[in-house]
Design a protein around this ligand. Structure first.
Ligand code: KG4
Ligand code: ZN
Length: 340
């Protein structure tokens, strides 16, 4: 197998980023992402605008990925694409494009589950990054999902805990919105949290049994807290913004780490990986590293560019499925609610 030259072109269009990547035998040759600025004005992703922007970006992004990788279409072994979960209009653009290209080139088409890709991003060949051994626990934390997954092999995964309402990324973004921060607010809260006191304000953590999460109550608690403070001091937000951000981030990280501790205790698994946009957060990275001493964990944090939505993670799943001969046929359809 290793003497084979496998080139995968991967396409990701599940939400508001149009992305394409080229992988050679598990190594990334190019990883292009076109962000859609248009949604910033609306404080959240507008699905109709996202699909239109994907349509504009997809050909130039794929073209750039091939050029940067210095290969031509004829060298490709297969086309991998995100089948779901995600926004239907967005998924349709990537799916239709991938199907047409695979058909035109007469090469295999490989469907990829976006959430599985956030986890398998850890298997991209990178010199400075270790791959987690099986079994491990993966916590996928993004704008659309919050899950704890038990991973027994590349394709044997079980969701053992997930959010019953908002995703953790939404908790960041919605809290940021009510503080007047732009969209997405996660990176800005992260930046400000470093300048503030995490214990300045206390927000009650939600009580959810077992390994499930809930974040909608926290958002409401933050809203009421801010409204009350602003009544007493109209300048409260601008005067204490760093402290508010630090306290929100501290609370969210506490919720995530508590559940990871419980999951590790219940399963006896101490190898812990994270993935998804929120795993770019400095605080969660630090808290996870601290877990190595505190709880005896070995932790795996993906390279920064493989945390938020990207096509490199789609490429690695494509590569692994290619090795197994697990191809899709041309009748495959996008699936907005695809399960892990
Ligand atoms: O995985 P992703 O790019 O897209 C989804 O599949 O949802 O995740 C996007 C989410 C957004 O909610 C964004 O605010 C959050 O990831 N995010 C962060 C940080 N960077 C991105 N949240 C907290 N701290 C960060 N540094
Ligand atoms: Zn994602």
């Amino acid at each position: 197998m290793t003497s084979q030259n496998i080139y995968i072109l991967a396409i990701e269009s599940s939400c508001d980023d149009t992305a394409a990547a080229v992988m050679h035998n598990g190594k990334i040759l190019s990883n292009i992402v076109a962000n859609q600025k248009i949604h910033e004005e609306y404080g959240g992703v507008v699905p109709e605008l996202a699909s239109r922007a994907h349509q504009q970006h997809i050909v130039p992004v794929v073209d750039q990925a091939l050029k940067k990788a210095s290969i031509n279409k004829e060298q490709l072994s297969a086309i991998a694409f995100t089948r779901g979960p995600g926004l239907m209009g967005s998924l349709l653009v990537g799916t239709s494009f991938a199907k047409s290209l695979a058909y035109g080139l007469n090469i295999p088409l490989i469907d990829v589950n976006h959430m599985q890709a956030h986890i398998l991003a850890h298997f991209i060949e990178e010199d400075a990054f270790d791959k987690p051994p099986f079994p491990f626990l993966a916590m996928t934390i993004s704008g659309g999902h919050t899950q704890i997954v038990r991973v027994d092999s590349h394709f044997d995964m079980e969701v053992i805990g997930e959010t019953i309402d908002d995703a953790v990324g939404e908790a960041f973004d919605k809290s940021g919105k009510l503080l007047g921060l732009g969209y997405p607010a996660g990176p800005e809260i992260d930046r400000r949290a470093k300048l503030g006191n995490p214990k300045a304000f206390t927000f009650t953590k939600p009580r959810v049994d077992g390994l499930n999460f809930s974040f909608s109550g926290l958002k409401t608690a933050i809203l009421y807290f801010v409204q009350k403070q602003v009544k007493a001091n109209p300048n409260f937000i601008e005067e204490r913004l760093d402290d508010i951000c630090a306290s929100i981030q501290y609370t969210i990280i506490g919720i995530l780490i508590d559940k990871l501790k419980l999951a590790s205790k219940q399963t006896g698994i101490k190898h812990i990986a994270i993935g998804g946009g929120v795993s770019a957060n400095t605080g969660i990275r630090e808290a996870l590293k601290n877990g190595e001493q505190k709880f005896g964990w070995t932790t795996y944090i993906p390279k920064f560019e493989y945390t938020t939505d990207n096509a490199a993670m789609i490429a690695i799943v494509g590569h692994l499925k290619y090795l197994e001969g697990d191809y899709a046929d041309q009748s495959i359809m996008a699936s907005a609610r695809l399960k892990l």
